[in-house]
Design a binder for this molecule. Sequence first.
Ligand code: ADP
Ligand code: ADP
Length: 222
Amino acid sequence: GGKIRVRDIGKSYGSTRALEDVSLSVSEGEFCCIVGPSGCGKTTLLRAIAGLDDPDSGSILVDGNPVTDPGLDRGMVFQEYALFPWRTVRGNVRFGLDRPACECADCEARVRELVDLVGLDGFEDAYPKELSGGMKQRVGIARALAVDPEILLMDEPFGSVDARTRDRLHAELLDIWAQTEQTVVFVTHDIDEAVTLADRVVVMDADPGTVRSTLSIDVERP
Ligand code: ADP
Ligand code: ADP
């Protein structure tokens, strides 16, 4: 699973036209990057796929089913982390599980597995304010992966970390992707970042949310 088909979606915020007839298909297991200048509608498109916002028109299908609300088949990573400041790393990751309050052995084991996966073992009891930007985003990724979603949606997840950390996070993310075989839709305004990560890069125009062109880029994977 994890196939996405977006057809002719439009979205306005008052008089601002954020998306205009945007169509996009992403295959199962594909790592797709969406690039475009600030304000072209990338976040709006991603939030619509996530089911966090409703488009005004058009349709979004995931594995043939209409997206109506945030579902367990999709995990979302936000630009500014969106961690709960009063929860520890463990608490934030556990929140991504279907049963956020559950402290049963299975849930505990799953949380530990996720914390290990993103390289944060030893930091389970830390609070977000004690962590660097890169570490916070590792928590965000672990939380998004908690229910083992078919699709990982990422909105400029590394926009707030320094260049060296970003390089490390790219490698880590590709490692995780190789293990999980998820469909990834990754939004960035940085074409270099897109080319580093993607199987395919989709370019959105500055003109409200028009997907201008798509180009296939072969990426050599280690
Ligand atoms: P991007 O992610 O490419 O920067 P966005 O999807 O965030 O673009 O925004 C597209 C357009 O919609 C921009 O003009 C932005 O200012 C506007 N917009 C986005 N969210 C809102 C909102 N909640 N209310 C009003 N306007 C918004
Ligand atoms: P991004 O480039 O990721 O969209 P922004 O700084 O443009 O980041 O937007 C941050 C948040 O503010 C987003 O949730 C977006 O939907 C919202 N937003 C963007 N533009 C507007 C706007 N004109 N009015 C209200 N909210 C907005």
